[in-house]
Design a protein around this ligand. Structure first.
Ligand SMILES: *[C@@H]1O[C@H](CO)[C@@H](O)[C@H](O)[C@H]1NC(C)=O
Ligand SMILES: *[C@@H]1O[C@H](CO)[C@@H](O)[C@H](O)[C@H]1NC(C)=O
Ligand SMILES: *[C@@H]1O[C@H](CO)[C@@H](O)[C@H](O)[C@H]1NC(C)=O
Ligand SMILES: *[C@@H]1O[C@H](CO)[C@@H](O)[C@H](O)[C@H]1NC(C)=O
Ligand SMILES: *[C@@H]1O[C@H](CO)[C@@H](O)[C@H](O)[C@H]1NC(C)=O
Ligand SMILES: *[C@@H]1O[C@H](CO)[C@@H](O)[C@H](O)[C@H]1NC(C)=O
Ligand SMILES: *[C@@H]1O[C@H](CO)[C@@H](O)[C@H](O)[C@H]1NC(C)=O
Ligand SMILES: *[C@@H]1O[C@H](CO)[C@@H](O)[C@H](O)[C@H]1NC(C)=O
Ligand SMILES: *[C@@H]1O[C@H](CO)[C@@H](O)[C@H](O)[C@H]1NC(C)=O
Ligand SMILES: *[C@@H]1O[C@H](CO)[C@@H](O)[C@H](O)[C@H]1NC(C)=O
Ligand SMILES: *[C@@H]1O[C@H](CO)[C@@H](O)[C@H](O)[C@H]1NC(C)=O
Ligand SMILES: *[C@@H]1O[C@H](CO)[C@@H](O)[C@H](O)[C@H]1NC(C)=O
Length: 697
């Protein structure tokens, strides 16, 4: 019989005894905290689409950025604008207000977004030389969702370093993302390996510490802790398998305001997006009208018309009824763990499980079946409320009771920010009160079979905006009317400007769309990995980032594989164009007019993908051996896949057992995983493994 490793009653008891010393326990929120006097310092803000306003502290931040940071940042980027045919004093110091959105898509998008940002960052030499480096510095908002949220949270909590330093480490306090250590089985596919065991032990002890505070946990809590090892600071190859670090536990989203870059308003204002499901439903995909939430370091809530309310992020986790805590000392702090914010935004278990009955992207059908089967069995055994969603105490109880569907509920069930079909976190950037002029969309979503975007998400967002959000949000500019026309126009294969010529500046913002696309040079692509690949070798990451960087500084030249030497200037034209239009001081320069005729999508005269010759679409992994060696979730090595999933299942099994125990359930039974796949040789080693409720009680 295989020893049932540290997951036994003995170990769990031991865990509770020694746990007190461990820094990873800072994942537990503090309960019974003194509440502010809500009569003078309210925790809740309610408004209507008509009276919509942003938080005064957000306003202060943006104003401070506009007076102290942006004028110099614009000058550093575009100088006096003579190179694009303008004279910048004509703008009167009034430039376009810009936001940037990073889509969902796992590790792929975290890396794609990092490569794109490096290409728009004035601190990067080749970006500055190309004229693209500087757009990032004049960006006021940065939103992220799912994999994109990992990048945004990682930037924000690490004081906005260059993406090179963030991803590779800087030899100082940044250790890099350590993407070569698999997210689920960092020490290789043997889940019983002592390092993996220590890893799961640390992860579980954090989650148990939270559960011990009486706060419902779920699969999303261990998921959040796994992500924290990579995207938050404090974890290095040396301490990865030890408790010498908190591994990001205790780093709070509300504390993103403490970094020097935030204090000086150098950074863009970060916003993370998450979806929700109706409480207790077995739905897998939220309906188009289901509330979409945003999480800034200041607030949690939604500008969707039917909620129109925000609460103070510092006190996330507190039960509020119509804005009032149960009593003066019933507040919770420390619930807004940055890891949990990333985890909630990427809580993809429900949608990927059920909708993927036949397609779990990237997995072969046999592996898909194996994974889905196991996870499905797991979920069937998890009958705690919200076992596969991020459980968030509802701070909007009794708010907007005639329109907000969760107004009666004690909890919110948060799921992956892209699960409703909108993979790009555009909504926060189109909130009317934020008044953005120009939106940069970094779309690394996987929509067509080779994991490139094809416009599906853009079109879904446009539809939701024009219906559900018509009263509260700006609209997207005209887009191709179908996915087919998006693809045939080629606008998903090169940078594209949408909405170049509105009737009035207010009609809609200008969109700078930067899709993940094949190298313009005709080289083999290495940026379109599967969403579910959770390990990358250093070489894969390096080539990925460089390729995304090169494409982003390159623009495109019609009917050619040469980069466009004018693209940097064209991007500057796009960035200032709404300011020009609003100031009405000058007509578009001939330089910019030329750029716009090349890069704008004109619905009456759409471009064609045939102008983009010799593009290659199939991923070529530059380091296939490395990938096999480090055993990924996706690798061709079947045992590794099962090992990874089994590790997760085991971890969750333990967790669930504990939760049941806390809820005084008599019995929880975990069936033999192997029972379901008796005839499959890869299961042999696990034949004897069983975890039952009795084991954990
Ligand atoms: C704008 O800057 C360029 C280069 O720095 C300079 O040659 C030109 O004289 C400037 N134009 C004006 C109007 O100041
Ligand atoms: C810049 O914008 C402000 C506020 O909208 C306005 O008062 C000012 O006149 C503008 N400056 C110029 C030169 O148009
Ligand atoms: C890392 O160190 C740099 C330079 O000492 C500092 O500016 C930055 O804030 C530090 N970052 C973190 C996350 O501690
Ligand atoms: C970290 O601490 C937890 C709880 O005390 C324990 O389960 C886990 O094995 C420890 N990890 C290591 C590497 O010591
Ligand atoms: C979801 O719940 C409904 C009503 O409770 C039930 O009829 C349906 O079978 C459930 N669907 C699944 C997939 O479990
Ligand atoms: C949250 O509440 C605390 C205590 O009242 C206050 O200091 C802080 O400014 C509030 N933050 C926001 C974003 O309202
Ligand atoms: C919040 O309310 C829920 C449901 O009533 C309860 O289970 C939970 O313990 C409460 N949380 C706190 C911190 O009081
Ligand atoms: C808002 O709430 C009203 C009243 O419940 C409902 O009729 C409407 O469909 C809701 N709108 C959306 C977009 O959910
Ligand atoms: C576009 O993406 C959607 C969503 O992933 C997919 O269902 C559809 O098949 C794709 N269409 C094409 C032509 O690639
Ligand atoms: C600029 O970006 C490229 C591509 O990611 C990277 O290789 C290079 O190191 C960066 N340079 C700096 C100074 O960060
Ligand atoms: C990026 O561009 C540089 C400069 O042209 C080139 O040396 C490098 O090989 C390119 N990298 C990739 C991955 O395409
Ligand atoms: C802007 O300029 C155009 C063309 O010169 C003119 O028709 C329009 O009335 C002007 N708008 C404003 C607000 O000044």
């Amino acid at each position: 019989m295989l020893p049932c490793p540290s997951f036994s009653l003995v170990t769990l008891t031991y865990v509770t005894l020694v746990a007190a010393q461990s820094a990873v326990l800072q994942y537990a929120p503090s309960t019974m905290v003194q509440c502010p006097d809500v009569s003078t310092q309210p925790l809740l803000r309610v408004f209507t689409p008509q009276s919509q306003a942003i938080h005064p502290l957000e306003m202060d931040y943006i104003q401070s950025k506009e007076s102290n940071v942006l004028p110099n940042a614009w000058t550093a980027w575009i100088g006096n604008a003579s190179q694009i045919g303008y004279n910048s004093p004509e703008f009167g110091g009034n430039y376009s207000k810009i936001g940037m959105a990073i889509s969902g898509g796992g590790y792929r998008v975290a890396q794609y977004g990092a490569g794109v940002i490096s290409a728009l960052d004035a601190r990067n030499d080749s970006a500055r030389a190309a004229g693209t480096g500087g757009l990032y510095q004049v960006t006021s908002y940065l939103s992220g969702l799912s994999g994109g949220s990992w990048l945004v949270v990682s930037l924000a909590l690490n004081d906005w370093p260059t993406t090179s330093d963030l991803v590779y480490g800087n030899g100082g306090n940044l250790s890099g993302w350590l993407l070569d250590l698999d997210l689920v089985t960092p020490d290789g596919f043997d889940v019983f390996d002592s390092n993996n065991q220590a890893y799961y032990g640390s992860v579980l002890s954090s989650v148990l510490a939270k559960a011990a505070k009486g706060i419902d946990t779920s699969i999303i809590d261990p998921w959040s802790r796994l992500l924290s090892y990579h995207f938050l600071s404090g974890t290095s190859p040396q301490n990865f398998f030890t408790n010498d670090s908190s591994h990001g536990a205790g780093q709070l989203w509300s504390q993103a305001t403490m970094t020097p870059s935030y204090q000086q308003a150098i950074a863009p204002f970060p916003v993370i997006v998450t979806n929700s499901l109706p409480i207790g439903s077995n739905l897998t995909i939220p309906s188009i009208s289901q509330t979409v939430y945003e999480m800034t370091p200041l607030e949690f809530g939604s500008y969707d018309p039917n909620l129109s309310a925000m609460v103070n992020m510092t006190f996330a986790g507190t039960n509020l009824t119509n804005g009032n805590p149960d009593n003066g000392s019933s507040c919770v702090t420390g619930f807004d763990q940055a890891g949990f914010v990333m985890g909630a935004s990427s809580a993809l278990f429900r949608p990927s499980l059920d909708s993927a009955e036949t397609t779990l992207e990237g997995f072969s059908s046999g592996d898909t079946n194996g994974i889905l089967f196991m996870l499905d069995q797991l979920l069937k055994n998890v009958v705690t409320r919200g076992g596969d969603v991020a459980n968030w105490p509802n701070p909007f109880h009794s708010v907007a009771s005639s329109t907000f569907t969760e107004s009666d509920s004690s909890w919110l069930e948060l799921v992956d920010g892209g699960s409703n079909g909108a993979q790009i976190p555009i909504d926060p950037l189109l909130v009317k009160a934020r008044g953005l002029d120009t939106i940069v969309i970094v779309d690394g979503s996987s929509e067509e079979p080779s994991h490139w975007p094809n416009g599906t998400s853009m079109l879904f967002s446009a539809q939701r905006l024009s219906t559900v959000l018509a009263a509260s949000h700006q609209q997207l500019p005209p887009l191709p009317e179908s996915v087919g026309s998006f693809i045939s126009a080629g606008v998903n294969q090169r940078p594209t400007l949408f909405g170049c010529d509105p009737d009035t500046p207010e009609e809609y913002p200008l969109v700078i769309y930067l899709p993940n696309s094949p190298p313009l040079t005709g080289d083999n692509p290495s940026t379109n990995y599967d969403t579910f690949q959770f390990a990358y070798t250093d070489k894969e990451t390096q080539i990925f980032l460089d390729q995304a960087h090169n494409n982003t500084i390159g623009g495109f030249t019609p009917n050619s594989n040469a980069p466009d030497p004018n693209w940097g200037k064209c991007l500057q034209c796009a960035a200032v164009d709404r300011a020009r239009l609003k100031q009405n001081v000058t007509s578009r320069s001939s330089m910019c007019q030329e750029c716009f005729s090349q890069y704008c999508y004109d619905p009456l005269n759409p471009p064609s993908s045939s102008e983009l010759p010799n593009r290659k679409f199939t991923l070529v992994d530059p380091d296939p051996q490395g990938l096999l060696q480090i055993t990924t979730f996706l690798s061709a090595n079947k045992a590794s896949i099962i090992g990874g999933v089994l590790g997760l299942v085991m971890a969750l099994g333990i967790l669930t057992g504990i939760l049941y125990r806390q809820q005084q359930r008599k019995e929880v039974r975990y069936k033999l995983v192997s029972q379901y796949r008796k005839n499959d040789p890869v299961w042999e080693g696990y034949e004897e493994f069983e975890l039952s409720g009795r084991d954990v009680q």
